[in-house]
Design a protein around this ligand. Sequence first.
Ligand code: GRF
Length: 216
Amino acid sequence: MSETKTRVAILISGSGTNLQAFIDRAIDGRVDLDIVVVFSNRVDAYGLERARKAHIPWVSITHADYPDRESFDRSVAAVLDEYAPDLLILAGFMRILSPWFVRHYEGRVLNIHPALLPKYPGLNTHARALEAGDSHHGSTVHFVTEELDGGPRILAGRIAIEEGDTSDSLNSRVQAVEHEIYPQAAQWFAEGRLEFRDAAAWLDGKRLDEPVTEDF
Ligand code: GRF
């Protein structure tokens, strides 16, 4: 029954394969999440088509129409709050959030970043891992704070880098990992096992100084 589920807003800018992973798992009951709205800052994002197909309400506001970051963020929040989300899920949302927005939703925003954080915040993570000669790569779910890709880490999915791997091959393997670990971390939140407290992530009452790490 949707009343008992955690109400999530999913924010995207692009293709939305992570969004699709959430939709699939919400539909078949693998996660106790009710996706109440999908938001995109790009009206042509393919993820909005995924929302339409799944009959999920969606909203798009173009950031270019706003004079500054915070005024855009306040409009986004005003729309999202009409849906009373318990949790915000950033899934390829390519916007830096204003401090106002982060405070407004403190402890209720998750992001996924395609690297084993704290390595490689920012862009081009696959190429940077290859360039560095790393043995492993992956993706990390974390709480969002004002520090870009720097909030408390929750769950990392790790893969071994194989000889012959390219940015493209890493991208597709990392995405497959993301589609497992991101719904899993959100489910922990839905079950009340995961919380943000004292600027840290806590799972089952234990402070996570390192993320839970799963090998794929
Ligand atoms: C993912 O790789 C995620 O790590 C990053 O943006 C990408 C979104 O991909 N934050 P998709 O739109 O979900 O396919």
